[in-house]
Design a protein around this ligand. Structure first.
Ligand code: NOJ
Length: 545
């Protein structure tokens, strides 16, 4: 296996990572909320799928204002999910199946119920005061007009200290002050403690926002950001053979080269969102929908593939717990659900980078359309209130929510066709998607034509052919408005991926295709040699050079 210059082996280049949103995965104690024992009970399913690591969304102690992204104790498990013992058991049980556990580190902010903040708000000379970002001001007159991501001002007044604290997310998520070296040391200590427990890596929540400078209205990519990350890496991850992935909405290609520098000085890779943000009106919010510009999508993927080649490393993803279901977004969740879910998988998994599968994606799970009273997500609920007050119609708001609400991805995992999809025997915290009788894991693991089997096969192929890891990417048919096609080439082999992105039959003029190419995987049974691509048809070929 390849080593980086820090002497660590880059096992994660060959890995496929599966994201679990614990509260929606599997409930073992019938309280309607998924938990660690639930995850343990499903490890065989994940082993069967073939994944190498689990990115576990936050399970630490939290008042759950933002479903665990508001941590009140970084070194304990929230009782809702289980105990530290359960966590240790999960790490061990996963290891038996060669699966690593990647923890979600929320380091930009803590919960306001964290001991540090409880102390910090008591007085200006409290030793913890400076762990957070405070500014003077008069009650009712915040330091500036910055807004929080979940709505409202980014400043909250604390009468005890007669100051405002800064929060980029909810009021219950005060921002941590990375300028304070004592705070940074506490964080490293905590991370090293998790490393000693045997975790395989970390996903770093909104890591590009830690070096904020609110006086200059800088939220992400602050001047000290990479200095902080290098110190963090040096003090923690670099000592172990870990994978690290930073969430960085502000990442450009040049920044991604820094983050994923092959010398190992920062992180293994970042989640960047350029391909994800394409279906919103430029300069507006994610709720302001625009049709997907397909040629732009190709251009964006092509550019990232090309530019990071041998200079950094990509993460590959369509979904996560903050994004709508890809099959409902750029696929077709009606007549061609199965075909389009497989097409999107084949398209992504052929590219260079580490693929991430978000729970249920491997089943082709879809978005939901509920009444507003059934939504639970703080961002969705705040948006609804704000836009109503701003004069939008209910229909307009719900239209955006159906397309983009984070709860689309958070409905419980669909295990089987029993009540509540086998997720819980209690009352689920969020309503199960009513299509679970048709779309569920039990059915798909048995069915050789299922979306699940397609993901399983893609993972198997990735392990078998080195061209998936190191092959150089080249886009084909750049200006074709229906087909996304590309090659990956190494010294011995060439991979050819051809995908029809739409629901009509199109003909493909890809010159690279010839009869020596062997079909590795496709999404129609009777794939012939013809270059007519049926709705959402995808084919992946391999050719010896
Ligand atoms: C990104 C996480 O993925 C999201 O779920 C969360 O609300 C914010 N960061 C704040 O922590």
């Amino acid at each position: 296996m390849e080593m980086n210059r820090a002497g660590n082996c880059q096992w994660w280049k060959n890995a496929v990572i599966y994201e679990i949103y614990p509260r929606s995965f599997a409930d073992s104690n019938h309280d309607g909320i998924g938990d660690l024992q639930g995850i343990i009970s499903k490890l065989d399913y994940l082993e069967n799928l073939g994944i190498d690591a689990i990115w576990l969304c936050p399970v630490c102690k939290s008042p759950q204002d933002d479903n665990g992204y508001d941590i009140s104790d970084y070194q304990d498990i929230d009782p809702m999910f289980g105990t530290l013992k359960d966590m240790e058991e999960l790490i061990q049980e996963a290891e038996k199946r060669h699966i690593k556990i990647i923890m979600d580190l929320v380091l930009n902010h803590s919960s306001d119920e964290h001991y540090w903040f409880q102390e910090a708000r008591k007085s200006r000379d409290n030793p913890y005061h400076d762990y957070y970002v405070w500014r003077d001001g008069a009650e009712g007159i915040p330091p500036n007009d910055m807004r929080a991501a979940f709505g409202g001002s980014a400043w909250e007044w604390v009468p005890e200290v007669k100051q405002y604290y800064f929060h980029q997310f909810s009021v219950k998520q005060p921002d941590l002050n990375w300028e304070n070296p004592r705070l940074r040391q506490e964080i490293y200590h905590m991370i090293n403690w998790w490393i000693s427990k045997g975790v395989g890596g970390f996903r770093l929540d909104v890591i590009d926002q830690i070096a904020k400078e609110p006086d200059k209205k800088i939220t992400n990519n602050g001047p000290r950001l990479h200095e902080f990350i290098r110190e963090l890496s040096r003090e923690t991850f670099r000592k172990a053979d870990l994978v690290t992935v930073g969430e960085a909405w502000g990442a450009t290609i040049d920044l991604a080269k820094l983050y994923s520098n092959p010398d190992g000085s920062e992180l293994s890779m970042v989640f960047q969102f350029e391909h994800i943000c394409l279906d919103q009106i430029e300069g507006k919010e994610k709720w302001d929908l625009a049709p997907l510009p397909f040629l732009k999508l190709k251009e964006v993927f092509g550019r990232w593939q090309r530019e990071l080649y041998e200079k950094g490393w990509n993460s590959l993803f369509w979904n996560n717990h903050d994004l709508p279901r890809i099959v409902s977004r750029w696929g077709n969740d009606g007549r061609y659900r199965v075909e389009s879910a497989k097409m999107l998988a084949i398209l992504l998994h052929g590219m260079q980078g580490t693929p991430y599968i978000y729970q249920g994606e491997e089943l082709g799970m879809t978005n939901v359309q509920y009444g507003i009273e059934e939504y639970r997500d703080i961002e969705t609920l705040n948006l609804y209130k704000e836009r109503l007050e701003a004069g939008y119609t209910k229909e307009d708001i719900m239209h955006s929510i159906y397309a983009k609400s984070r709860d689309n991805a958070r409905t419980p995992m669909q295990w089987n066709d029993r009540e509540n999809a086998g997720f819980t025997e209690g009352k689920p915290w969020l309503r199960v998607n009513p299509n679970y009788r048709e779309i569920n894991a039990a059915k798909q693991t048995e069915d050789e034509d299922s979306v699940f089997r397609c993901y399983q096969e893609l993972i198997r192929l990735r392990k078998k052919y080195p061209v998936f890891i190191e092959g150089r990417f080249q886009m084909l048919l750049e200006t074709d408005e229906n087909i996304f096609a590309y090659t990956r080439t190494d010294a011995r082999t060439q991979l050819i991926v051809i995908c029809n992105f739409y629901d009509k039959t199109v003909s493909c003029q890809a010159g690279c295709f010839d009869h020596s190419a062997r079909l590795l995987i496709g999404n129609y049974k009777d794939t012939g040699q013809t270059m007519l691509l049926r709705p959402y048809e995808a084919r992946m070929y391999l050719k010896e050079r």
